[in-house]
Design a protein around this ligand. Structure first.
Ligand SMILES: [Zn+2]
Length: 132
């Protein structure tokens, strides 16, 4: 019997389902307001600019620059115990929204250019940022 804890899956919710479906295809897709065109991430029901509920999904370049970063020393889920410490970066994407992902480089440098990709394992998809 395998006693190693399994990494959790994201909840299957209509609001975020298109994000995860795109992620499993290797695409970083975010919401675009169908009324005014404003991009938003993470998924939300309503546009903060015009209050429209109409939404489209748009794949992004996955390119950006490091806005902030942190090193995780505490496993917030037992399945990640063997992976600590690991580094997370918040990235200002070229299209104007921010995304959080795992960092693969050395010590992150604020403003450094990065490229994102997804590591897909079954239903799981993890956003990874590499130096570029
Ligand atoms: Zn809008």
């Amino acid at each position: 019997m395998d006693s190693k804890p399994q990494k959790p899956l994201p909840p299957d919710l209509p609001l975020s389902r298109p994000y995860w479906e795109a992620a499993r295809r290797g695409e970083l897709a975010v919401q675009r307001c169908a009324a005014c065109g404003k991009l938003r991430h993470y998924p939300r029901l309503m546009c903060s600019a015009c209050h429209s509920l109409d939404v489209q999904w748009q794949p992004l370049s996955r390119r950006g620059s490091i806005h902030s970063w942190t090193v995780c020393h505490h496993p917030f889920h037992a399945a990640f115990r063997d992976e600590i410490p690991y580094t997370l970066v918040t990235v200002d994407l070229e299209e104007g929204v921010r995304a959080l992902g795992r960092w693969t480089g050395g010590v992150p440098v604020m403003g450094a250019p990065v490229a994102g990709r997804f590591e897909v394992d079954g239903e799981r998809a993890e956003l990874i940022f590499d130096p570029r």
